[in-house]
Design a protein around this ligand. Structure first.
Ligand SMILES: C[S@@+](CC[C@H](N)C(=O)[O-])C[C@H]1O[C@@H](n2cnc3c(N)ncnc32)[C@H](O)[C@@H]1O
Length: 395
């Protein structure tokens, strides 16, 4: 199930109340790469008819690299809806896979349908469905993997499911697959629970907001459960990696012992308690009772304000944990990763100070670069903006 050597670092386990989970099968070190994963599908997060303004970035419709003005961009010769590729190689690869003749025709028909007046979310869901049904044609085994992921569909999504099912089955039914509304519902649920967002370059951030350029389904990384204080985080290098640029890697944020579950945070760690609880219940269908939530559930509104809605640790608290005496206590609570270890009511302040990116409006998480020759790296990398920072705790 887990390949590339990651099977010796992580094992798949069934955990009560959490489903499948990835657990450290040996002690893991800060910065260690515990998983490399390739997507079974990647799809654009842009509207079906892409904005033509020069302010909006354009991405290769195969590898999702940013298309630079100087690039030798190749349009799809068969469709009129702006599918662009960064090289002849990407065009050839796409024509045989993600932009197959059926996808090309299906997207063209959707661009001429009532779907284009629907909200962006609906259009992107349609893009996912087309990519998912295309898997049946280009890689039936990957389609089976997609079906095996968590997610069954819920009544709250019924109207979106009905609409998308009607549009796809009437305008562009996939060959050799009998569509059912149950299949559409299950696929959309799998997308919602498992898709990873691949962000736009930080240089395109507008008003402090950065959008997703594409979504990918990563079959092994889909087994990571959530923790509001994650011990690992994932990185992608869409514009930087010379090949297989849509692969992701997961690196440890700090050391963990054998047997510990390895978790990611499903969203930026700066969100406050009530926002996190709401998102996890509505989008992922569970109530989080991680160590951080156990502590924050008991905070009064006043204490909750230690972290404002933007994730800033407020001055008084920051001073407190930068104090020499409290420093050790917070290191201790972090290494235990439990609420018992600290006797402050903000035991995870240390995590924010050390592992949250300080760049304005970034909210990324920092993980050390991989250890070299067994020694921990002194450099932390942000998984959102890519900034590198010296880790003052590593001497
Ligand atoms: C991406 S999947 C993670 C793998 C999943 N456990 C499985 O069995 O395939 C996301 C789903 O896992 C479950 N999950 C993730 N984190 C959890 C947590 N901290 N507590 C309980 N369930 C969790 C929820 O059902 C969530 O919708």
């Amino acid at each position: 199930m887990l390949s590339d050597g990651s099977e010796s670092l992580l094992r798949l386990a069934e955990m009560e109340g959490r489903g499948r989970a990835l657990v450290a099968s040996q002690p893991l070190r800060a910065g260690q790469i515990v998983l490399k994963d390739s997507p079974i599908l990647v799809y654009s997060s842009l509207p079906l008819i892409k904005p033509g303004s020069s302010a909006s970035a354009s991405y290769c419709d195969n590898c999702f690299r940013t298309l630079l003005p100087s690039a030798n961009v190749m349009p799809c010769p068969s469709c009129s809806h702006h599918h662009l590729f960064c090289s002849p190689n990407c065009l050839t690869m796409a024509t045989a896979a993600s932009h197959s003749p059926w996808v090309c025709q299906a997207l063209s028909r959707l661009c001429d349908s009532p779907l284009i007046s629907q909200p962006l979310e609906r259009q992107v869901q349609a893009r996912f469905l087309i990519a998912a049904y295309n898997l049946v044609l280009i890689s039936p085994s990957c389609f089976q993997v997609l079906l095996s992921l968590q997610g069954q569909g819920s009544p709250s999504d019924a109207s979106a499911v009905q609409f998308l099912h009607f549009i796809v089955s009437s305008l562009c039914p996939p060959p050799s697959l009998s569509l059912s509304i149950e299949l559409t519902a299950a696929l959309l649920a799998k997308d919602k629970l498992n898709a990873f967002g691949l962000m736009e370059p930080i240089s395109l951030q507008q008003d402090g907001r950065r959008s997703v350029r594409a979504y990918g389904i990563y079959p092994k990384a889909s087994f990571f459960n959530h923790d509001c204080l994650p011990n690992a985080c994932r990185f992608d290098y869409l514009d930087a990696a010379p090949d297989q640029n849509t692969d992701i890697i997961v690196r440890m944020i700090h050391d963990v012992p054998q047997g510990r579950e390895i978790c990611l945070s499903y969203f930026p760690v700066n969100l406050n308690f009530s926002t996190r609880q709401k998102r996890l219940a509505e989008d992922y269908g569970f109530n989080c009772d991680c160590d951080r939530c156990k502590v924050e559930a008991n905070w009064s509104d006043n204490e909750a304000d230690f972290i404002d809605d933007n994730g800033n640790v407020e001055a008084e608290e920051e001073e407190e944990f930068m104090d020499e005496d409290s420093d050790e206590q917070m290191i201790a609570s972090d290494s235990e990763h439990g609420v018992e270890a600290g006797n402050t009511n903000f035991p995870h302040a240390y995590f924010f100070f050390r592992y949250m990116c300080s760049r304005e409006n970034c909210w990324g998480t920092l993980a050390p670069l991989p250890p070299s020759d067994g020694a921990p790296s002194k450099v932390l990398e942000c998984n959102v903006c890519g900034n590198l920072k010296n880790d003052e705790y590593v001497r």
